[in-house]
Design a binder for this molecule. Structure first.
Ligand code: MSP
Length: 513
């Protein structure tokens, strides 16, 4: 298969249990992975946990547990969450695995060989929570505490011997790269932030720490551990067995199609990571997409703010697919979005139950009663049928292009409009008044069933379980789902059986007091 697609989520810090922000990155990545797979791509989808560094070491110390034991426990909760979210990741990497450590040390040696590393002394501000160094102008004094202006995490002063990466040397090559690869950083606003950051001047980057030990040793100097971001970013290639560049995984899937990340970690992915790769003479990923935050109230969720939303609680109350649908539809992709129980319930009631669920129920019930529980045989499309059916064929290229530009908003709007149109079509055509004209009645039913089939295929990347439940109407399974077939107006086998299905989404009783 020559169509390859490699998507990655950030690897998560297992410093605390997963929250909605983590679930969001993962669900969006899963949406793209499923979409590409149903479009015939061979998909590699990577997620995992970022287990080294002072943040994890301190979290483990607080609980009096050995850091690896601590990571084993929490990493497992992230692995479990992947299952709970019905993710189709093809790998789950932990930075404490040998395969990863080997790659990181190899990359270090490459950078050293190319004269991109030197030993010196670091003194400056460091945020353990962000695992990031900040300049004086990036911090502020709040109630006697120094904090990062961007993340508001507290910073501490560090002074120690450190290896440095010659980041300054890559300032011009990076700017050239952004210029010649205008889609490398998305969305556009984020690209501008990165470019102005790089233009303001890049200082060499401290890439080792001496004052703690929880990390990967610097090759040839066991007094130092490698900076956790250099360690973590490398996961994207260690999972493809780099430095073995001839193995199928690396050959097929590098460079990555998209690194999907939150906007807070853009600098690491759009500046440091490409600089490391340029220095090591490795191709750069095709795209870094920085999505917005899930807000709780008006603030980004975080453990320190105590405003964490637990995805598991929402899933237990409403089910997984409603949550996936909500996050994909209501959080305008690229921007920040709020989680609100009320909006979630509205999505379930109006879009999922009324629009999609009802359409499925109405047309199957009608076909069972009036078409002998079969996909009608004798049909003759009229203009109004073809207008609604051809819409999918006419939009397929646009849909593919939009998805390649991560325009999920277009995709979901297309589906919602299609659902409205389908319901309207069925109402306007009034098949119940066509009992005297069986061909017309059959054609209306066939057309509506085809639309249910097409929309269920399109919904598969968003709400996979519900889409499959809807497709039981036709005995269609996951293997049958492919994007190209939404062009086909006569995919459904005439005369095949129509099955009654259970209610897809239960409406939520709303208390209006
Ligand atoms: N370990 C680093 C990433 C290393 S990638 C080589 C890290 N981990 S994290 O657990 O703190 O965050 C992981 C991802 O979750 C980031 O993309 C971050 O933006 C995202 N989210 C964390 N909180 C979030 C929200 N409240 N909303 C949306 N996503 C946010 O950073």
């Amino acid at each position: 298969m020559d169509k390859k697609f490699y998507i990655t989520t950030p690897i998560y810090y297992p410093s605390a249990k997963p929250h909605m922000g983590h679930a969001y990155s993962s669900i969006i990545a899963d949406f793209f992975a499923r979409f590409k797979r149903m479009d015939g791509f061979d998909v590699q989808f990577l997620t995992g946990t970022d287990e080294h560094g002072l943040k994890i070491q301190r979290s483990a110390e607080k609980q009096n547990i050995d850091p690896l034991e601590f990571c084993n426990q929490i990493s497992q909760t992230f692995r479990d969450l992947s299952k709970t979210l019905n993710l189709t990741n093809t790998d789950f990497i932990r930075t404490t695995e040998d395969r990863h450590k080997k790659t990181v040390q190899h990359l270090w040696k490459e950078l050293e060989k190319n004269d991109d590393i030197y030993l010196s002394k670091y003194s400056g501000w460091y945020s353990v929570s962000d695992e990031a160094f900040y300049n004086e102008d990036e911090i502020e004094d709040v109630d006697g505490l120094k904090r990062s202006i961007s993340s508001r995490s507290t910073v501490e002063w560090i002074e120690e011997e450190s290896y440095f990466f010659r980041l300054s040397k890559w300032e011009k090559p990076l700017l050239d790269y952004y210029e010649t690869h205008p889609n490398f950083i998305s969305p556009e606003t984020r690209k501008n932030e990165v470019i102005s950051f790089v233009k303001s001047g890049l200082k060499d980057l401290s890439i080792s720490r001496k004052s703690f030990s929880w990390g990967i040793n610097v090759p040839g100097n066991n007094d130092h551990v490698i900076y956790v971001w250099l360690d973590a970013l490398t996961n994207y290639i260690s999972a493809l067995n780099y430095p073995d560049t001839n193995n199928v995984l690396f050959k097929n899937f590098w460079p990555a199609s998209v690194h999907l990340i939150g906007k807070d970690i853009l600098r690491f992915h759009a500046v440091y990571w490409p600089a490391f790769l340029l220095a090591a003479k490795i191709d750069l990923p095709l795209k870094v997409y920085g999505h917005g935050w899930i807000l709780s109230g008006d603030e980004k969720m975080s453990k320190s703010k105590g405003n964490i939303l637990d995805p598991i609680e929402i899933i237990n109350e409403y089910g997984l697919d409603p949550l996936r649908y909500y996050l994909i539809k209501e959080v305008s992709f690229g921007n920040d979005g709020n989680i609100s129980q009320e909006r979630l319930e509205d999505c379930i009631n109006s879009d999922l139950a009324n629009n999609f669920g009802n359409l499925c129920q109405r047309v199957t019930a009608f076909a069972i009663k009036n078409c002998n529980s079969e996909v009608p045989n004798d049909i003759k499309f009229e203009k109004e049928d073809l207008i609604i059916l051809d819409k999918y064929k006419n939009n397929l290229k646009i849909i593919r292009d939009k998805i390649d530009n991560q325009d999920i908003n277009f995709y979901i709007d297309f589906i919602i409009n299609s659902l409205f149109e389908a319901n309207k079509y069925f109402n306007d055509q009034e098949p119940w008044k066509k009992k005297e004209d069986p061909i017309r009645l059959n054609t209306i039913v066939y057309t509506t069933l085809e639309i249910v089939r097409k929309i269920s295929f399109l919904l598969f990347p968003i709400i996979p379980q519900s889409s499959l439940r809807a497709l039981k109407i036709f005995d269609l399974k996951e293997d049958n789902i492919n994007l190209s077939s939404v062009e086909n107006n006569e995919y459904l086998l005439k005369g095949s059986k129509i099955n009654k299905i259970d209610i897809l989404f239960k409406k939520i009783e709303k208390n209006n007091d």
